[in-house]
Write a protein that binds this ligand. Structure first.
Ligand code: NAD
Length: 261
């Protein structure tokens, strides 16, 4: 079996969400050892324990970690319980939202926009900053940030017509920001004598329980499948986490079945 991540230690945030669950499984199948982190809620912690049960106590370290907390990397530096001394890669995949997320543009408030940018883009920044301290000490590190096609192109609002859905303004601001954070970090370490790289993945829409009229309109702009399944993003992630992408730095891989063409 091809195990491109054999021996690597990888941290994934938002590990028990829809995409996070698929990513955790994919990196474990690819041979990595995993630090799977999510919020300190009973449901997420239960899912992290299930991941450990499925793949082995020695290969999965479940951690309660809020990416908006400055201690996000604390347990990795020898805090209570098991700790990890080396980390090869961080995947920023968490998706924090407050109760007012995804209001129409006219109804979104300044406070909610600022809070979302702080929670989501700010959380990615914080996790990057904290793990980069470790990466610099160990001389190498790899970051993959989750962006979105909506960090790349403007929304096509017509696809939401007649549904309760919209493309939230805060999401566009956040995901465009995450893309530039990615390039910033990649460039920042130029010439510092460390092998640190930072790339992004921008998925298209992931199939959930969206209304059929929306799906029909969305799928019409794709080249074959349309809305994707979480596992469809795995290939890009495994590539960026593996040594096959050793000299890929500051880039964004769009996985959207050609939707943004
Ligand atoms: N689902 C899509 O259609 C889609 C498309 C493109 C990009 N993305 C991106 O992929 C990533 C994952 O999305 P998803 O659909 O799996 O979301 P999800 O809501 O299913 O999962 C997100 C996970 O993040 C965790 N989380 C929330 N706040 C956190 C915090 N402060 N600290 C740590 N963990 C936190 C949640 O508990 C949850 O398990 C997000 O960055 C999202 O923007 C999703």
């Amino acid at each position: 079996m091809n195990r491109p991540l054999e021996g690597k230690i990888i941290v994934i945030t938002g590990a028990t969400g829809r995409l996070g669950t698929a990513f955790c499984k994919a990196v474990l199948e690819a041979g990595a050892n995993l630090v799977a982190t999510d919020l300190d809620k009973s449901a997420t912690q239960q899912k992290l324990r299930e991941l450990q049960d499925a793949f082995g106590q020695d290969r999965v370290l479940p951690l309660a970690a809020d990416t908006t907390n400055k201690g996000v990397a604390g347990p990795l530096r020898g805090g209570g319980g098991r700790s990890v001394r080396r980390v090869d890669a961080l995947m920023n995949n968490a998706y924090p939202r407050n109760a007012n997320y995804a209001r129409r543009f006219e109804d979104a408030t300044y406070e909610d926009l600022v809070e979302h940018v702080g929670l989501h883009a700010g959380g990615y920044y914080l996790a990057c900053q904290r793990f980069l301290e470790l990466f610099k000490r160990q001389g190498h590190g790899n970051i993959v940030n989750m962006s979105s096609i909506y960090g790349v192109v403007a929304p096509r609002f017509g696809i939401y017509a007649g549904t309760a859905m919209t493309m939230p303004v805060e999401y566009a601001v956040i995901k465009a920001g995450v893309l530039h954070l990615t390039k910033y970090i990649a460039s920042y370490h130029r010439g510092q004598g460390v092998r640190i790289r930072c790339n992004a993945i921008s998925p298209g829409g992931i199939r959930d329980a969206q209304p059929q009229e929306f799906l029909d309109r969305y799928n019409a702009s794709a080249t074959s499948k349309g809305m994707l399944d979480p596992k469809d993003i795995n290939g890009a992630l495994l590539f960026l986490l593996s040594d096959a992408s050793e000299y890929v730095n500051g880039q964004n891989i769009v996985v959207d079945d050609g939707w943004t063409l």
